[in-house]
Design a protein around this ligand. Structure first.
Ligand SMILES: C[C@](O)(CO)[C@H](O)COP(=O)(O)OP(=O)(O)OC[C@H]1O[C@@H](n2ccc(N)nc2=O)[C@H](O)[C@@H]1O
Ligand SMILES: Nc1ncnc2c1ncn2[C@@H]1O[C@H](COP(=O)(O)OP(=O)(O)OP(=O)(O)O)[C@@H](O)[C@H]1O
Length: 275
């Protein structure tokens, strides 16, 4: 029986500038997004009914009914066709790293291949992060999430992802913004010789959702504090996951071990953020 596997990598917003708000309430973004070599896995196979099974360290709490983004993605592609979908959940949910969105995008790719269908143009209806996850490579994201310009010239970046196991609801983080009309990134994102040069430039950029997310979940300050040996530490998306960039893989792995020993209740993952 034909089985198709796909990978749903964690999405990291290296920057997240909020430029304004549309009349429908959605915010206009200017965000530099990369994807980790760590994430969920999807396996699809032919089946008469549409069925979803979920396992893995973060399976608990992931909805298994029609509200799961994986099933919504399948229904977007074909409202009636059946498939068996298995989701292996490695990523914490509601964590600012696009877990559900990346799962939905991987489902669209895998079922699209199995059913011989192109990727839909309306993936945005599943969530603002889904279009950027369809082609999980470094990109500058604009609009409410639908605009995507590939970004060349980023190095592979050793990093540590840290989540304090506190969820931040995305709408609440946007609602808490003190100012909605903030400055974009510079027009040109330079090429960087290495992760240190990238971190230096990123330090001059922002995640505008960081301040409201820290109001909602003050533990984010503790997460940023344990990443104080990183070249750069910042929150991703609407939080609460933060990333620290490190000069090399070994240093990142050592930092991850140190943080995991200090905070055994937190989720800590040494990763590489791919260009
Ligand atoms: C914060 C980011 O993760 C950055 O990549 C995304 O903007 C959010 O992506 P997402 O979780 O897929 O977002 P959705 O599920 O579409 O939206 C959740 C909620 O976030 C708010 N939202 C989202 C995206 C956006 N550009 N403006 C918004 O104001 C809206 O209140 C929306 O109801
Ligand atoms: N496949 C899925 N995996 C995780 N959560 C899902 C999934 N499908 C639906 N959800 C629901 O979506 C909510 C948001 O989860 P998700 O992991 O996508 O958030 P996030 O990482 O904050 O996303 P983003 O960075 O896009 O804002 C969860 O609380 C959960 O109820």
């Amino acid at each position: 029986m034909t089985k198709i596997n796909d990978f749903a990598p964690a999405k990291i917003n290296l920057t997240l500038h909020v430029l304004g708000q549309r009349p429908d309430g959605y915010h206009l973004l200017d965000s530099l997004v990369v994807f980790a070599d760590f994430g969920d896995r999807i396996e699809v196979s032919p089946n008469s009914e549409l069925a979803l099974s979920v396992e893995g360290p973060f399976a608990d709490g992931v909805p298994t009914g029609e509200e799961n983004l994986v099933l919504k993605a399948a229904r977007l592609l074909d409202p009636v066709r059946g498939a068996s979908i298995h989701l292996y959940k490695e990523l914490p949910s509601a964590a600012g790293i696009g877990g559900g969105s990346s799962d939905a995008a991987a489902t669209l790719r895998a079922l699209g291949e199995m059913w011989g269908m192109p990727l839909p143009g309306n993936a945005m209806t599943l969530g603002a992060d889904v279009p950027m996850c369809l082609d999980p490579k470094a990109a500058r994201i604009s609009g409410a999430g639908e605009g995507r310009m590939p970004v060349e010239g980023l190095p592979a970046m050793p990093a540590v992802l840290v989540n304090p196991r506190v969820g931040v609801p995305t709408p609440a983080a946007f609602k808490g913004l003190a100012t909605k009309n903030n400055a974009p990134m510079p027009d040109v994102i330079p090429d960087f010789v290495d992760v240190t040069a990238a971190a230096d430039w990123l330090a001059g950029q922002r995640n505008d959702l960081s301040a409201p997310a820290r109001e909602i979940a003050p533990v984010i300050d503790d997460v940023l504090a344990v990443l104080d040996d990183a070249l750069l530490a910042r929150m991703s998306g609407s939080g609460a996951t933060c990333f620290g960039l490190y000069p090399d893989t070994e240093t990142a792995q050592q930092a991850a071990l140190r943080i995991a020993a200090k905070r055994p209740d937190w989720w800590v993952a040494p990763v590489t953020l791919n260009p």
